[in-house]
Design a protein around this ligand. Structure first.
Ligand code: SF4
Length: 510
């Protein structure tokens, strides 16, 4: 049993004894996971069947307003309303629409079918097109998708198209970025208070910037291309309060796997997941992105973190577009609140074949592995490689299984080869990886995170066991349908590469 310390409560401002007559959970008590899950489900059910009007108070405009969460406020502003309630359906003005090589051609196909062959997109500067999924492959259909996108972007004069023409050498393509969710952040498209929609379920990653960001299908995307609007239902919000000092052997990946293990893969279905607390405030932007990235694995509509000085610093040299952050009101309505004492958590993994199949890494020592994969929008950022390098450096030994490294973007690739790893005497990640016997860092792309064509680098073509920093471990996700994927943090992945079995990184990080 994982040693989580979590206290789910109804937040007092929604469901206090005074408001609803419900008993509030005692804060500070330690509950086992199983007991906790059962109780949470029961309570959520109560709240759904007995919706409660929050206390109303006068607004500064003279109308009557209720307190709102961050997500409600962003959607209210985007729909030009002063007040929204969960469950409302509203037409939202979209600030950024992102699509990629897999869904881009289909999105434009719908757009042309519905708006006409000669129609123009609603705003050429608000559309971001990022080839990233099936790039370094000889698969003709995959390559054709990028060609189609190139033609469409030229026809529509799309401002932000991160093209790749020379597949033999990604560095010969200065516009090419790599994995869309990391590229969006690095290129300044993630801005607090805005609405970002993308034809990819992990678009939720951008919630790390205090943005409402969610994945949509190609039909919706085609409609947005033509109108800049989408009808959205306002989600209720779950709040995750994460306090305590982060132990030096944990990363944000451990936190989100902990949460998903707690609430299950359906625990946040069509809900907003808001992350607050002293631990969250201490995380850098890439770690916050990891946390928000996987809310979709709990069914979440979006994840969101309040913007703060860390956010503003990150954005300083990335965008000149003015933005206006919003924050949840003190007495905003949350469906449920979960409290974690992060200082008591341990490294965890998600065992095959579900991201909520949580286990302590130290309890999986009997799992012999065939390979390790470090990459993707979840675990292929600069800080993820820095973390892996730290473990290799601390160990002073070489990996025992093939260890594949796939940087998310061209910038991450450059960081691997140029930034010194703290405490290494000036060595770069690439040097440390080479000394540890890892494969040479590959071209930036989604790579084997979702399998891809047969010739995709590091694809799981055999029924092997892989420890991976990616986000999904369903059968077939990385290639072979009998492959077994253990989702883990970069610390745990690197430690496992060194031993050949699932390994708690504390074996190397003293
Ligand atoms: S890295 Fe994986 S999860 Fe992320 S966008 Fe690409 S395929 Fe999807």
């Amino acid at each position: 049993m994982a040693s989580s310390v979590v206290t789910p409560t109804f937040t007092s401002n929604i469901h206090t004894k005074k408001d609803l007559g419900l008993t509030v959970f005692s804060s500070g008590s330690t509950l086992s996971t199983q007991r906790c899950q059962k109780t949470v489900r029961k309570r959520i059910c109560c709240s759904v069947t007995a919706p409660q009007q929050s206390e109303r108070k006068p607004s500064t405009t003279g109308s009557v307003k209720s307190a709102m969460t961050m997500t409600e406020k962003i959607l209210a502003r985007a729909s030009e309303k002063t007040q929204l309630t969960p469950g409302d359906n509203v037409w939202v003005n979209v600030d950024v629409l992102m699509t990629h090589d897999v869904c881009g051609p289909g999105s434009f196909g719908i757009f042309k079918r519905e708006f006409g062959e000669n129609a123009k997109v609603w705003d050429r500067e608000k559309i971001v097109i990022i080839p990233d999924h099936y790039i370094f492959t000889n698969d003709e259909r995959a390559n054709r998708n990028v060609d189609i996108l190139r033609d469409l972007c030229q026809e529509q004069n799309i401002k932000y198209f991160y093209d790749i023409k020379d597949l033999s050498n990604f560095k010969a393509n200065p516009d090419y970025k790599g994995v869309c969710h990391v590229a969006l952040a690095q290129e300044g498209h993630c801005r607090p208070g805005e609405v970002l929609l993308g034809t990819d379920s992990h678009t939720c990653t951008a919630g790390a910037f205090g943005q409402f960001a969610t994945g949509i299908g190609i039909t919706d995307s085609g409609f947005v291309l033509g109108t800049g609007k989408l009808l959205l239902k306002v989600p209720t919000t779950l709040r995750f309060v994460m306090d305590g000092e982060m132990p030096h052997y944990l990363l944000a990946k451990d936190l989100i796997l902990q949460i998903i293990g707690e609430i299950t893969m359906a625990g946040a279905t069509y809900k907003s997941m808001e992350f607050v607390g002293t631990t969250i405030e201490s995380l850098n932007m890439e770690e916050r992105m990891t946390l928000c990235n996987m809310v979709i694995e709990a069914g979440g509509k979006n994840g969101v973190i309040p913007a703060d000085s860390t956010t503003y610093k990150y954005l300083e040299d990335k965008t000149s577009v003015p933005y206006e952050p919003v924050y949840s009101d003190d007495n905003a309505r949350f469906l449920c609140e979960y409290r974690f004492d992060v200082s008591k958590l341990e490294p965890v993994v998600a065992k095959p074949h579900s991201p909520d199949n949580r286990a302590l890494a130290r309890e999986c020592k009997d799992v012999k592995i065939d390979r390790v994969y470090i990459g993707s929008c979840t675990g292929g950022k600069t800080q993820d490689f820095m973390a892996a390098a730290k473990v290799f450096l601390a160990s002073g030994i070489r990996v025992k299984v093939p260890t594949f490294l796939v940087p998310a973007t061209q910038k991450v690739w450059m960081d691997i080869y140029s930034l010194p790893v703290p405490g290494s005497g000036g060595k770069t990640c690439s040097q440390i990886f080479e000394e540890a016997g890892c494969d040479t860092p590959a071209s930036p792309t989604c790579g084997a995170c979702l399998g891809g064509p047969k010739d995709t680098y590091a694809r799981l073509n055999e029924p092997q066991v892989c420890v991976s920093t990616t986000n999904r471990n369903f059968p077939g996700r990385m290639g072979h349908k009998e492959g077994q994927i253990y989702l883990a943090s970069p610390y745990t992945a690197a430690a496992s590469a060194l031993t050949g079995y699932v390994t708690d990184p504390r074996e190397f990080l003293q």
